[in-house]
Design a protein around this ligand. Structure first.
Ligand code: KIV
Ligand code: ZN
Length: 512
């Protein structure tokens, strides 16, 4: 069976989803989970895009040892230099450099002739290869490029030292048949193609990203790129969990192996939802809440008689477990630490102590503490920015009655270390709370989205709030977890503001 390398770009193409901006700690936590999931290559980001991004990629490169780490670069030497600076400490650093090859991109975006594009691609791969042991070259908008032009440019970049050639369907335009034929054509006509790995990278604008990726491997691609939950630019990228499960369930049709650990799928997907605030729809393939639920009587009857009647994927295959009681009110520090280890978290001493405190608070209020609750608490603490220069919720109170004007009173500590408090009204509890926070925070805030969900089931479940907003014109998201919905909502608002505040602070004080 042929082996397919999995190239995960959740932290780069995925992070290009509108309103998604992961902090340093969140990117690192995601990288650790991707390592557990077994991806072969991880695109940690676009190093030249900002100082914060550069430092997050550098830390991932220094921390993650079992995955090849790559970073994106445009076809300019300064991007390649920055990528090298960020990635050089990785166990296996890789450059991912790209240049558009379709007539529409070359004419209107690059304003270059095909000859100039070939020269630039060759120069950039040569330059990249002078630093990196592996260079991946991507023909942006390959699926709308002239096939003979692709053949010409690919031959030249392979001669210049590229070891992976990626042929993206950048705008999600192609069909499985067309995409597969492109791989066949390139394999047949590029004389030195056997020296490289051919890679597929599909976007989901027509809902065909996974189907196109499968067509690519049937036609010679041995690397597939995608993101967890299919997040990404516009309609997103190929969902890696769907691709992996398709290979597993339809081995008869797709005789390929990967290094992915399928039982890590659910946890990886949950982490992406948590960190990005992009919740997957209930009917999403493989990881949606309803993916294993059988509603109709006929189906339920069939499943009871023999699960294979209507169930092609078992929940266990992708790591969906029934929520078991793990720890309770009487569990001590030792049992808690043991469980943290079992769940695969590596927390600093201080964060471990914070996590234990949060766990104790939770056990006082919640009868059953499940893996899902612990996952939420631990992720929250692990990804929290612990700098003291931030807004913090000190206390709040909301008065609501069906015939009163809702009123919130909030006390905050500011990044300057002051305590400020005030009260405002609103049309509902959350609005009064948010109006009060807005009055206390000295930034220009515009809330664009708000959502609330429960972690697990039961009346005493934890609440998780997500917000999207602009702060001083910068788009940002935030999340908050608490047992009370209003507290979770307040924390999400403050979390979003702190992200912008911390980034701005960061940019002013650090130099490359
Ligand atoms: O979709 C695309 O073309 C890309 C390239 C940068 C590889 O993401
Ligand atoms: Zn892409």
């Amino acid at each position: 069976m042929a082996h397919i390398n999995i190239f995960d770009t959740t932290l780069r193409d995925g992070e290009q989803s509108p309103g998604v901006n992961l902090n340093h700690f969140e990117k690192l936590e995601m990288a650790r989970q991707l390592e557990r999931f077994g991806v072969d290559v991880m695109e940690a980001g676009f190093p030249a895009s900002s100082q914060g991004e550069f430092e997050a990629i550098q830390e991932i490169a220094r921390t993650i040892k079992n995955v090849s780490i790559t970073g994106l670069a445009r076809s300019v030497t300064s991007d390649i230099d920055t990528a090298w600076a960020a990635l050089k400490d990785a166990e296996e650093p890789r450059l991912h450099v790209f240049l558009a090859t379709s007539p529409i991109h070359m004419t209107h975006k690059l304003k270059k002739t095909p000859k100039e594009v070939i020269q630039l691609a060759v120069d950039m791969v040569t330059y990249g290869k002078s630093k990196f042991p592996f260079v991946q070259w991507s023909a942006e908008d390959a699926s709308r490029s002239d096939l003979d032009f692709l053949v010409q440019i690919i031959e030249k970049v392979i001669d210049a030292g590229a070891s992976v050639i990626n042929l993206p369907d950048t705008v999600g335009y192609t069909s499985p048949e067309e995409y597969g034929s492109m791989f066949q054509y390139v394999k047949k006509h590029v004389p030195n193609i056997d020296q490289v790995t051919l890679s597929a990278h599909c976007h989901d604008d027509l809902g065909l990203a996974v189907a196109n990726s499968l067509a690519a491997v049937e036609n010679g691609a041995t690397q597939v790129e995608g993101t967890i939950n299919g997040i990404g630019e516009r309609a997103g990228n190929a969902a890696l969990e769907e691709f992996a499960v398709a290979l597993n369930i339809r081995k008869d049709r797709y005789p390929f192996t990967t290094n992915l650990v399928l039982k890590e799928i659910k946890r990886t997907s949950d982490l992406v939802c948590k960190l990005t605030g992009m919740v997957v729809p209930a009917n999403k393939a493989v990881v949606g809440k309803n993916a294993f639920a059988h509603e109709s009587g006929i189906h339920q009857d069939g499943v009871l008689k023999n699960a294979a009647t209507y169930e092609i994927i078992t929940p266990e295959l992708v790591g969906v477990q029934s929520n078991s009681l793990v720890l309770g009110k009487h569990s001590g520090r030792h049992a808690f630490h043991q469980k943290v280890k079992e769940l695969g978290y590596q927390l600093s001493k201080e964060k471990l102590a914070d996590a234990f405190r949060s766990f104790k608070v939770l056990t006082d209020r919640k009868k059953e503490v499940t893996d899902e609750d612990l996952f939420t608490i631990l992720t929250d603490i692990q990804t929290m920015n612990t700098t003291d220069k931030r807004y913090e919720l000190q206390a709040f109170q909301v008065q609501y009655g069906s015939s009163n004007l809702p009123t919130a009173t909030v006390a905050l500590s500011t990044p300057a270390g002051e305590r400020v408090e005030t009260a405002c009204t609103g049309q509902g509890s959350v609005e009064s709370l948010y109006n009060t926070l807005e009055a206390l925070i000295d930034e220009k805030i515009h809330l664009t989205d708000y959502s609330l969900s429960s972690v697990g089931q039961g009346r005493d479940a934890l609440a998780e709030a997500h917000v999207k907003m602009t702060v001083n014109g910068i788009r940002v998201s935030g999340r908050g977890v608490a047992q009370d919905v209003l507290e979770a909502s307040a924390q999400a608002f403050i979390n979003a503001v702190n992200r912008v505040f911390l980034t701005a602070h960061f940019m002013k004080t650090t130099h490359m």
